[in-house]
Design a protein around this ligand. Structure first.
Ligand code: UFG
Length: 323
């Protein structure tokens, strides 16, 4: 297939583009490089540097690439920032996303795979979270993702745009080539590995008094290669749908730090801090629906496997992409 990967210079988009190319698909990557990196653009892909706010440029780019389907990763994705600057989230994730949908309908591109988030569920009453759970976001980031999911349903009904929304839980790990390098790093695993690399003196644990076995938050870490595989399967979906994407297992912050100590063989000093605003205590997915309907099977579920892949990448690229 001919796929346009929007946001393909970012963490998840770059690995999905790599997998698509490995499987013989033709790939164009569109990214404004505000969060993504030029060095994360696979050399085999055609690259278009463009901002989704540029409505006319985007319409032309979609016509020129003439894709069979679009994968849409481009978004602002920091929960904390969304609480300080909601306008940025609604503009980038909804308004600019609409520009993409309009360019698609004008160019008669009828298929999209959308990066949604477990943040659309807010504070779930229990876990694991399946697709029938109420979606009640507790921050503008989650709200923006939920709004776009709803917009996709209307575009399907009105314009016949087939969509698959994938609600990621905690993406982690690396492929051999591409890994996690955010200019402002807030995520747990890369922050812990920075300590192992000697680039930071300690890692902070945000909250040790949660109602969990060791008092720290539990998350469902999913290997980036398993996540990327789900996108490829989504291209073959015969109908629109929304799917939760995790492993069904959870690891606490302390368990992640322990796994990082074990994998790296380094000591990782920690400092206990108060809770981070807006962190749900426990987020675990059930992904039975995508297994049943699209045949997805995670291959790299063990936390040690995920951390090992991330550690290899961070050792190889200690300065990330260096930009
Ligand atoms: N944490 C620390 N120290 C750190 C970084 C994180 O203790 O230095 C803790 C957080 O408080 C949280 C857990 O580690 O309890 C995981 O935090 P991350 O920032 O790695 O991931 P989140 O679960 O906050 O974020 C993920 C996705 C978001 C998504 C969110 C939904 O990355 O895109 O889940 O809640 F919106």
């Amino acid at each position: 297939m001919n796929i346009l990967v929007v946001g393909g210079a970012g963490y998840i988009g770059s690995v999905c583009a790599e997998l698509l190319l490995n499987e013989g698909h033709q790939v164009a990557i569109l990214d404004n490089l505000s969060e993504g990196h030029r060095a994360a653009v696979d050399r085999r892909a055609h690259f278009i540097q463009l901002d989704l706010a540029n409505r006319d440029g985007l319409a032309q780019a979609v016509v020129r690439s003439c894709p069979d389907a679009i994968m849409h990763f481009a978004a602002s994705a920091l929960v904390g920032e969304s609480m300080r600057d909601p306008s940025k989230y609604f503009r980038n994730n909804i308004a600019n996303g609409l520009n993409l949908l309009d360019a698609m309908t004008a160019a008669d591109v009828r298929q999209i795979v959308f990066s949604s988030s477990c943040a659309t569920f807010g504070l779930p009453e229990r876990t694991p979270i399946d697709e029938s759970f109420p979606q009640r976001p507790i921050n503008p980031y989650g709200e923006s993702k939920l709004a776009f999911e709803k917009i996709l349903r209307w575009y399907d009904q009105i314009h016949g745009l087939r969509f698959v929304s994938l609600r990621y839980f905690n993406a982690a790990g690396a492929s051999g080539k591409f890994g996690e390098d955010h200019r402002w790093e807030t995520h747990l695993i890369p922050n812990v590995l920075k300590v192992a690399l000697g680039r930071q003196p300690h890692v902070e644990i945000f909250g040790t008094d949660y109602d969990t076995p060791d008092g720290t938050c539990i998350r469902d870490y999913i290997h980036i290669l398993d996540l990327a595989r789900a996108h490829i399967l989504a291209l073959g979906a015969s109908a629109s749908g929304s799917y939760n994407l995790g492993t069904g297992g959870g690891s606490s912050v302390r368990q992640v730090i322990d796994a990082c100590c074990k994998v790296t063989g380094k000591e990782i000093p920690v400092i206990e801090k108060p809770r981070r605003c807006g962190d749900p205590p426990r987020l675990i997915a059930t992904s039975e629906k995508i297994k049943r309907e699209l045949g997805w099977q995670p291959q790299f579920q063990a936390l040690d496997t995920i951390v090992t892949s991330a550690w290899k990448w961070h050792q190889q690229f200690p300065n990330g992409y260096g930009d």
